[in-house]
Design a protein around this ligand. Sequence first.
Ligand SMILES: [Zn+2]
Length: 421
Amino acid sequence: MNINTSFECEICGTITNCRIGMSNRAEQPLGFCCQECGQRIDIVIGGKHAGITGAIELKAQVPFDDETNFVDLHLDFPVYFGKYVMGHTPYLRAVERIGPENIQRHSARLSHLDACYTKFGFFQTLLKFYTREKWVPFKKAIEKQFSGAVISDKMQDRNAALYKTIAEIMWPFAMPGQASNDIEQYMGVQLYLAENHRPAFHAFIDEILETKFLKNLQVACLGIYPRILKAELPLRPALFLDFDAAYQKQTIPMRVSADQFDDFKDLYKDIAEIISRQFVLVAGLNNLLKRGDHNVFKPEIGMTKSGKDQTPKSLHAFTDIPFGQKGDFIDDNWFTFGEQAADNQLRNAIAHFKTDYDDITQKITYYPRKEGMKQEKSEVIYFLDFMQRVLVAYREMNRLHQLIKSLFYYHYLIQTAENTG
Ligand SMILES: [Zn+2]
């Protein structure tokens, strides 16, 4: 369903014709900026906050004429500013761009979010019970809120219930098919190591367990899921881009304030930080696969042109190497990182330097290079692109979280059984 309506800007009086395509979400916060003066116009449909700010709603003169500014709004797709064409709704335009099959996939993801967003709070609480090891409420919450089961007090059964619930809640953000491919590869690597380098592989697992490295990393990963769910609305148009390879620079259909942008910026930074630590597991396994010892990097892989050997002496030493350089010390990596998953320029800019966000144009200006006091060379990306980067980074973190999961399983099911049996 679509609604045609017109808004008169409170500041400059300019009229914008607006066609709003209805999403199925109970509350739909939409927004755009007056194209004349930049005034923010917010429209909330449904829910407790329903109403309009920044403009006065007028009775629409339909069909819309060509002279008046026009915007198409739909929570589930990128925004279109341009010429009004009767019947050419945001939904129809999206179908044209990505085809009916992909529209169904996109819609299935969003329907899932629409249907379960009242559970997001319970989910966050559930993760807290797990990380604080409150096993009785954890079990109750799994059974009551997520119709799952914790079949025993063994850690492997708690983990099974936890990861099943995560997969159920979070699947709209995953790339279809990715998880099963990854799990297969992780199992393959572990079986190979168990057969060929068993004591060394177990020594690696012992070290990452004793230092709590694996546990801390797991807890950090768990902390990201509720934050991705909180970013659900601005991520919707980014999810659309999975299917729209030829996408042109566009904006998203809701207003995102500078404060909100700061939250997403921190989210991106924190995910990148986790990936950097997950890299350590990848490197340890790579050393085991190639040399049968998680601490042994390829000799002289870190040799500089001036003859200084920076090859890490141990996996522990590797941990502290900056994110952007970690890849240089892994020979013929068994794990393939996704494209753009580790965009070091953007990550660095966000972690260490200044970024400017203009909430009217939705443009982010960042300064990727260190250049002393002056920050002159800037790059610009749209907020929508940025949210796509968040999504890509999240997926990479989640892929490697599955590696953490499978290392725990190996420990519970094989290593522990061996030690006690
Ligand atoms: Zn205006």
